[in-house]
Design a protein around this ligand. Structure first.
Ligand SMILES: C[S@@+](CC[C@H](N)C(=O)[O-])C[C@H]1O[C@@H](n2cnc3c(N)ncnc32)[C@H](O)[C@@H]1O
Length: 390
């Protein structure tokens, strides 16, 4: 079990695909050792303090997991065998509860609920055999959250230190229509090189996810300081150390050094953005305005960053209609955003082409299951053409 006295051990931060490098940079900036990006994960090493710091401070990670066992698993018995190698009895005290969450996919387990049950059985059997009691399952608030990662190659079992994914910063009620995930919004900003020192406009702000993340970055606010983590229920949890790290993170906060502006043409979106910024304690740093993106204007004159995620229609008719909007948005960027750099997260390739500007970069990112492109446009004053680089 990982506790304050234990020596550094391998850890893993998970993320959505496309964010591995930016998450690796975040981990390096935290001083993490042995940072190694993989596919949807970044390995690093450390002890309990590293686990706490990662949960408190990482903007682009989904979870921080302590790997416990991994191997090739082709059927139920092999998965049970792998899970049985872990000394679960050392991580639980009598009466504590468990839950198994599953990520990834494996042809051996089309039914992931079944795979979770197999691991649960192995945990219960091992604790019963060694300690004479049976942990029960509590999916809502388990004392030990067990993470099972299935893949067609290595299957991994670990302890989830995070609980509810890190994208849930704790300021926004969950449920309702899903906007952009907070960790993806932060990833987009970090990929755009945003550090709070340049003025920023999101002309299509919706519920304000990008604006909130920008304000958190600009004010150097650790995104996890307002929420709790699964590791706070571990038997080795050090409440004093976590409180100290929360205080230290709080002490690093600063005023946002440059303007942040969030706009949408829809009044309900504007209201939602205002609500979310207030709930996140960030409203002081963001000006929210109702304005059409097709009447683009940079409040600071020229330069700065434009970051946004335009609507992409799900139905054919909508996509066709939106084509004209993308064309006009491209024209606005070219004509009215002199010397700015624009980054647009677009979920539809056909619509992206309608922007009509040459993208200086195209970064593949996943917004849930939707494969998107983050497109960079370097905008130049006057008649100069946008960058021709690939
Ligand atoms: C994909 S959503 C943005 C979601 C946002 N990133 C969030 O986290 O909630 C696109 C937004 O663009 C807005 N929008 C569409 N056309 C617009 C226009 N012409 N001017 C300004 N906003 C517009 C919509 O109202 C919607 O809120």
């Amino acid at each position: 079990m990982i506790d304050a006295g234990s020596s550094p051990r391998p850890l893993v931060a998970t993320c959505s695909r496309g964010l591995e490098e930016v998450l690796a940079d975040e981990l390096r900036a935290l001083g993490a050792a042995d940072v190694a990006p993989g596919r949807g994960v970044v390995g690093f090493s450390g002890g309990l303090e590293a686990v706490y710091s990662a949960n408190l401070r990482l903007r682009t990670a989904a979870r921080v997991v302590v790997p416990l066992a991994s191997g090739r698993v082709a059927d139920r018995d092999q998965l049970y065998g792998l899970a049985s190698t872990v000394p679960w009895q050392d991580m639980l005290v009598r009466g504590q509860t468990i839950a198994v969450e599953v990520a990834g996919r494996s042809p051996a387990f089309a039914n992931t609920v079944f795979a979770a049950q197999v691991v649960k059985d192995a945990v219960v059997d091992r604790v019963r055999d060694r300690q004479g009691w049976r942990p029960s399952v509590d999916r809502g608030a388990p004392d030990l959250a067990i993470h099972l990662h299935l893949s067609d190659r290595l299957t991994a079992i670990g302890l989830d230190s995070t609980g509810e994914v890190l994208a849930h910063r704790g300021y926004r009620p969950r449920g309702g229509p899903a906007p952009l995930s907070e960790s993806l919004a932060a990833g987009v900003l970090l990929l755009a090189g945003y550090d709070g020192t340049e003025p920023l406009l999101d002309p299509l702000c919706g519920t304000g996810t990008i604006a909130v993340e920008a304000a958190l970055i600009a004010t150097r606010t650790a995104p996890g300081v307002r929420r709790r983590f699964a590791c706070e229920r571990w038997t080795g949890h050090d409440a004093g150390l976590l409180a100290e790290l929360r205080r230290a993170a709080d002490g690093e906060r600063r005023d946002a050094p440059a303007p942040i502006v969030a706009r949408d043409r829809d009044q309900r979106a504007v209201e939602a953005a205002v609500r979310n910024l207030e709930a996140a304690g960030m409203s002081r740093w963001v000006a929210v305005e109702r304005r059409d993106a097709l009447d683009l204007e940079l409040p600071w004159g020229s330069g700065g960053l434009i970051v946004g995620n335009p609507p992409y229609g799900k139905r054919l008719g909508e996509t066709e209609q939106l084509g004209g909007f993308y064309e006009r948005l491209g024209d606005q960027l070219k004509q009215r955003a002199a010397d700015a750099t624009a980054w647009l997260l677009v979920g539809n390739r056909e619509l992206a082409n309608r922007i009509g500007l040459r993208a200086a970069r195209r970064i593949p990112l996943f917004n849930g299951p939707i494969e998107c492109r983050l497109l960079k446009y370097e905008l130049y004053r006057g008649s100069r053409k946008p960058s021709q680089s690939s």
